[in-house]
Design a protein around this ligand. Structure first.
Ligand code: SF4
Ligand code: SF4
Length: 90
């Protein structure tokens, strides 16, 4: 499924604030988060992962980046109640 098609499956509510925090000092540049993120929110830059500045508008809150990071360099929590993505289908 293309990224744009995936994004069409959700609507977004409210302002989430930051719900993903990256600890750059712990990142070992393995690229797991880059490979697994279904919406391409992560990139490798100079052997460190960087999350997109607009990740709040891209992220579908799957938590895969957090689960895939063996270096414990990513913190993920669901946005506060009433904010974030709402799956419309599926
Ligand atoms: S999965 Fe973790 S260690 Fe690997 S590139 Fe991403 S943030 Fe860095
Ligand atoms: S939670 Fe899922 S969609 Fe959001 S940045 Fe992580 S891997 Fe990508």
């Amino acid at each position: 499924m293309a990224i744009d098609d995936l994004r069409k499956l959700v609507k977004r509510a409210g302002k989430t604030g930051d719900f993903i925090i990256q600890h750059v000092d712990r990142c070992v540049g393995c690229g797991n988060c880059v490979k697994i993120c279904p919406v391409g929110a992560w990139q490798l830059y100079q052997k460190k992962a960087v999350i997109a500045k607009d990740y709040r508008e891209k992220c579908v809150e799957c938590g895969s980046c957090w689960l895939s990071c063996d270096a414990d360099a990513i913190e993920f929590r669901y946005p506060d109640g009433g904010t974030g993505v709402v799956w419309e289908y599926g």
